[in-house]
Ligand binder design. Structure first.
Ligand code: ADE
Ligand code: ZN
Ligand code: ZN
Length: 295
């Protein structure tokens, strides 16, 4: 056995341990953006089309995982996918929104505010920003902030260091929420087809959750984007559902799956509806350069 063989396994084991910063995995982000596309105003949808790269072929959803694909090239952006708390079930911007070098605003909430501010300069052709990247980052981070374990405990890196079994397979708690629950739901309930899952979530938005949806969209007060509120909801859900009754080495199966899947589906729905509402506000006539949003 040559050294190449060992190098191969060494690299594989490094990859297996590398903290995963992609929320929801590919499917989750695709669903958030696909749902958002349905709720865009004509004005916002035109602006989005104008900003998307040609490879997107006019579809926001096709570039919603771009931020994960570039995370090795854009290492500085890695902390922008999440925010962690010092083991408490509430989010406080001044305490929690920083990177490992303690630079303020370097977390998912700061990133949403920052890319929103950049996009408010659309129409000012000398704005100096690459707004194509801004919109791809914004669409991705609006998904991330809704994944409960992307606003979670610092000590376990949002569940990344909590090894569990998902049914018989080895996994970790973070990966269960990013990927495993969505995969299992697609296999068991949605004909292995992401579009069938999206249709089911959309049906819930118009039927089951219809009287909550205007509350989801509401964003008043001083905050630019309300991302602060979404992060607070996430850490609360992380405590009440994701971490609840889970220990290192736990096996998570039917009980966990059936009680947590409704949370996953609702967060994807909220991510989609709120991403659309945010883009609608950003590109609405009223807002202009003003940071305060009016519905
Ligand atoms: N790395 C460290 N904390 C994380 C979190 N909450 N989510 C994703 N990746 C992380
Ligand atoms: Zn991410
Ligand atoms: Zn993740």
């Amino acid at each position: 056995m040559g050294w190449l063989f060992f190098l191969h396994f060494f690299l594989l084991s490094l990859m297996a341990r590398a903290p995963c910063t992609d929320a929801w995995g590919k499917e989750g982000h695709y669903m958030v953006c696909k749902i958002a596309e349905q709720y865009l105003t004509k004005r916002a949808s035109n602006a989005v089309l104008d900003l998307l790269p040609p490879a997107a072929e006019g579809e926001l959803a096709s570039v919603c995982s771009w931020a994960d694909q570039v995370r090795f090239r854009y290492r500085w952006a890695s902390p922008l996918h999440y925010a962690n708390t010092p083991g408490v079930c509430n989010f406080k911007y001044s305490r929690d929104c920083h990177n490992s070098r303690d630079e303020l605003d370097m977390c998912v909430v700061g990133a949403i505010n920052n890319y929103t501010t950049q996009l408010l300069n659309y129409k000012d052709s000398s704005n100096g920003y690459n707004l194509t990247e801004s919109i791809m980052f914004l669409a991705h981070f609006m998904g991330d902030v809704h994944q409960p374990l992307h606003v979670a405990f610092e000590a376990d890196e949002g569940g990344n260091t909590i090894d569990v079994r998902w049914y018989r397979r080895k996994s970790n708690l973070h990966h269960v929420w990013d990927v495993n629950m969505i995969e299992t739901a697609m296999r068991d309930f949605y004909e292995r087809d992401v579009n069938v899952m999206i249709e089911s979530i959309e049906k819930n938005i118009t039927d089951g959750w219809s009287d909550e949806v205007s509350q989801w969209k509401a964003c008043n007060g001083d905050s630019v984007t309300c991302a602060d509120k979404y992060a607070s909801e996430s850490i609360k859900l992380a405590c009440d559902y994701a971490y609840k009754d889970v220990d290192e080495g736990s096996t998570l199966e039917d009980d966990y799956f059936f009680s947590r899947l409704p949370v996953v589906e609702k967060r994807i729905a909220q991510g989609g509806v709120r991403l659309a509402a945010l883009l609608n506000r950003i590109f609405s006539k009223k807002v202009g350069g003003n940071l305060k949003f009016v519905e």
